[in-house]
Write a new protein. Structure first.
Length: 151
């Protein structure tokens, strides 16, 4: 379910609330390979399924930064901010507690951990996005994302 915010006041009133979760998606080997091509990171743990079988994870794993980049896919499914404009401001903290194996299903769940008005009339919101891995107790990524919204 997507949480809808119609105003800055609505965001400020929701600090500390869980915001819901995105749809599940499968992280395919093809997506991992395309990310490796885009970033020139072709380490065997990502792109060599045969060698990765004998490696520390037992299979190819997604790049941590691939997992982080998917947060931008999940956020619009978690929150719908009815604004004039929004910008990504950055991340305060990012962690990768667990590897995301090729073929795993993941989704993002969100929590509004902070929000404040900005000097230029917007609101800055920090949403903690936890990238859950289906069937795993530890997430693949936890990122405190910062966005600025203007209404």
């Amino acid at each position: 379910m997507t949480t809808v915010f119609e105003s800055a006041d609505a965001i400020l009133a929701a600090i500390g609330q869980k915001l819901g979760a995105s749809e599940w998606m499968t992280v395919t080997q093809e997506r991992i390979n395309l990310f490796a091509d885009a970033t020139d990171d072709h380490q065997w743990i990502h792109v060599d399924p045969e060698r990765a079988k004998g490696g520390p994870f037992g299979a190819c794993i997604a790049h941590g930064y691939l997992t982080l980049s998917l947060v931008s896919r999940f956020l619009p499914q978690i929150v719908d901010v009815r604004m004039k404009m929004g910008v990504n401001y950055g991340c305060d903290k990012v962690r990768f507690p667990n590897a995301v194996k090729a073929g795993a299903r993941i989704r993002g769940s969100g929590e509004l951990i902070a929000a404040e008005r900005t000097k230029d009339g917007g609101v800055q919101a920090t949403i903690r996005v936890t990238v859950e891995i289906e069937g795993e107790s530890r997430p693949g990524c936890v990122a405190d994302t910062i966005s600025r919204y203007y209404f």
